[in-house]
Design a protein around this ligand. Structure first.
Ligand code: SAH
Ligand code: SF4
Ligand code: F3S
Length: 464
């Protein structure tokens, strides 16, 4: 019998790291690893890291300080703890991590985790192991569909990686270096995975990729399929009620994707479409390869196909050379699109990227000031969007118990969390909820259609 060992994985960064962490656990389960939430009880600790901004990367080293203490106390009890660093910092820094943090036994990149059992063996024999080679042969070996057993533990909403890597080379970004060249998983593997998820009770699937709408995986007929085609195929999988995809690039919006939004009721009317800046001068310096007008045209096409589309985006402030005028163009774009929400970041120079070498780096205080102004503007748009939902009936996929007894939390079509008093038996169901109010980041609602005369029958969730 295999000895039970405990595994603790901590993920940073994007959804793909969350997905990969699940797959690492799947890979290790057959050799006796069970997951624990407690790092100090684990025999194997994996930090699944993100390199996107300096802060994200530095977090890893402070966390490794904590791991050193855990490893030392375990050693006093003659228990060996293996510490591994995975993800994008692993890919970017490789053995440098072990030099800087000797507590680390194993470093492996985002496309190497299918080899984990062998790497662990090697680490126990050889001491330190680094594996950051991109696979040359079966590029999807790490993305084989998970077993049915592995799927049982998932909730009602799941991520599925359909493409990985990026060929865009925006001048600020590390992803093309840490995730490698753009590759798309074949349709058949994705369909198998989604069917298994549906059998396991999953109702909503979010297709993920660093550049998801550049998807061009091999279809059953041998020709490359677009994301639009793939979405059509997945909408036919029985049990799957909702489809989403993220993250998209404005350049890769094609007719098939627009048609999917027009034709597929299961495809949710919400899209995360990063733009980074509203200034054409900055967009060019970023090598985004689209203009402000191109971006607005793409937004218009989605809205023409589906009038209630809600948009979110990513923005960077303080990119090298950004003037007050450029920044105002970003604020103006925000108003022009009317986003339902957005993420904004201070530009962070990343080693090895062209923008890090550019003259005219923007001083930190100006970045801070612009970020505060942008975030305030985003908050107003988000609050407006949420306020417009009050009084409306929205279909909500109920996902899990809420913070208060008797309460469930679900998602609206526009991805807003919705808190509602409802029986636990409704988890996994899509129900009509009348929105009665808004909180800082969520909506409150009551089950069923609006009943002004009987409003007290189902109380609004309060106090969250
Ligand atoms: N297409 C990718 C983008 C990943 S990075 C995806 O799958 O989401 C997410 C966001 O981080 C980017 O859209 C950008 O806004 C931000 N970002 C990337 N590099 C950055 C940097 N050097 N400094 C600040 N923000 C950055
Ligand atoms: Fe990075 Fe640009 Fe690729 Fe997105 S499109 S992952 S921002 S290089
Ligand atoms: Fe971070 Fe890598 Fe994702 S750098 S954002 S974990 S692709």
């Amino acid at each position: 019998m295999t000895r039970v060992r405990k595994l603790h994985i901590k993920s940073y960064g994007c959804q793909m790291n969350v997905y990969d962490a699940n797959r690492m656990a799947d890979t290790l389960a057959p050799i006796g690893f069970v997951e624990t939430g407690m790092a100090d009880q684990a025999d194997l600790i994996i930090l699944n890291t993100c390199h996107i901004r300096e802060k994200a990367a530095e977090k890893v080293y402070s966390e490794l300080g904590r791991m050193r203490k855990i490893k030392e106390s375990a050693a006093l009890e003659e228990r060996r703890v293996v510490v591994a660093v995975a993800g994008c910092v692993a890919q970017a820094e490789g053995e440098e991590i072990i030099r800087r943090a000797p507590v680390v036994d194993l470093v492996f990149g985002p496309q190497n985790y299918h080899r984990l059992p062998d790497l662990l063996n090697e680490a126990s024999r050889a001491g330190k192991v680094v594996d950051t080679e991109f696979p040359l042969e079966d590029k999807f070996e790490h993305l084989a569909p998970p077993s049915r057993r592995a799927i049982q533990a998932r909730g009602v909403s799941a991520f599925v990686t359909v493409q990985e890597g990026c060929d865009k080379f925006c001048t600020f970004c590390v992803v093309p270096y840490t995730r490698g060249a753009e590759i798309s998983r074949p349709v058949a593997r994705i369909v198998t995975e989604v069917e298994r998820l549906a059998d396991g009770g999953v109702r909503e699937v979010t297709l993920i990729g660093q550049n998801v709408n550049a998807y061009h995986g091999e279809g059953p007929d041998g020709s490359p399929w677009t994301l639009g085609l793939l979405l059509h195929r997945l909408a036919d999988v029985s049990g799957i009620a909702r489809l989403r995809y993220t993250t998209s690039h404005p350049r890769d919006v094609d007719d098939a994707l627009i048609a999917a939004h027009r034709d597929l009721p299961a495809l949710m009317p919400q899209l995360h479409l990063p733009v980074q800046s509203g200034s054409d001068r900055i967009l060019a310096a970023m090598n985004r390869r689209h203009t402000r007008a191109d971006y607005l045209r793409a937004i218009g096409r989605f809205r023409a196909a589906r009038a209630d589309m809600a948009f979110s985006a990513d923005f960077i402030v303080g990119f090298p050379g950004e003037t007050e005028e450029d920044f105002r163009a970003t604020l103006a774009l925000l108003d022009e699109v009317g986003y339902a929400g957005a993420y904004s970041f201070k530009y962070s120079p990343r080693p090895g990227t062209p923008a890090a070498e550019m003259a005219e780096q923007v001083p930190e205080p100006i970045k801070g000031e612009r970020l505060a102004r942008l975030q305030a503007a985003i908050d107003i748009h988000q609050a407006d969007f949420n306020a417009q939902c009050v009084g409306r009936k929205l279909d909500v996929l109920l996902e899990r118990p809420g913070r208060h007894p008797g309460q469930l939390v679900g998602r609206s079509p526009y991805l807003q969390p919705v808190q509602v008093v409802a029986p636990a038996g409704l988890i996994g169901e899509i129900t009509t909820v009348t929105v009665t109010g808004t909180g800082a980041n969520s909506l409150f609602g009551t089950l069923g259609p609006a009943m002004p005369d009987h409003g007290s029958m189902m109380q609004t969730a309060v106090g969250v």
